[in-house]
Design a protein around this ligand. Sequence first.
Ligand code: AP5
Length: 212
Amino acid sequence: MFVVLLGPPGAGKGTQAERIAKATGLLHVSTGDMFREHVRNETELGQLAKSYMDKGELVPDEVTISMLNERISRDDASEGVMFDGFPRNVPQAKALDDALAERAKKIDRALLISARDEELVSRLSGRWICRQCGRLFHERFDPPAEAGKCDACGGELYQRDDDKADVVRTRLEKQKPAPELIDHYRQAGVLHEVDGERSIDEVTTALLEALR
Ligand code: AP5
């Protein structure tokens, strides 16, 4: 099964993708995580991506699509993928459709997680991430047992540079799923919308239900 997870910044895509991947065995592919890994490794692509991410803007399509195509050409992506943060617009969606069609596959479900801006701002400003294993926490909604330390692996928790208030504002202006993107999947008959303002567990249950 090939699934895309859509939603504005902070809607819970990463949190839910991790849980759904565990429950279903789908491979979790996050373009945001891939860019952050390039930034950490100080690659040329990482430097380019950082110049956009720091401003809260999307990385250009040709760069993002080619990185994604390379990822899904690997063996571990042949049976099923949960795409998190890709596609962000219709050209990316069409590129993904084409890449899957070449392998006689298609998007089976597009899961849209929705939430209001004030909720998104409070989620992003309280988000903490494990430097070692990537587990996500929230200082109020999903706090670690010990402040600054990951429950899963004991790693150090950090906050993302692009979670600063001014960058969050730009991300919310420029990175919500466009109506045309949502229509692309509605017309394909695969769109399911889930209210992302419920608890993390309730959202997981609703998404897994939509995948049945
Ligand atoms: P990316 O990392 O994908 O950022 P994003 O889309 O802005 O999404 P986030 O990771 O910020 O939020 P999320 O929806 O995953 O929420 P999370 O689960 O963490 O991309 C980063 C950058 O890379 C982009 O800005 C862009 O520059 C570039 N990029 C990436 N993909 C691209 C593409 N396709 N094209 C071009 N450029 C691209 O949850 C947030 C917080 O809320 C956490 O603390 C969590 O614990 C908490 N939380 C989650 N769910 C709930 C709940 N139900 N109740 C209470 N708290 C909750």
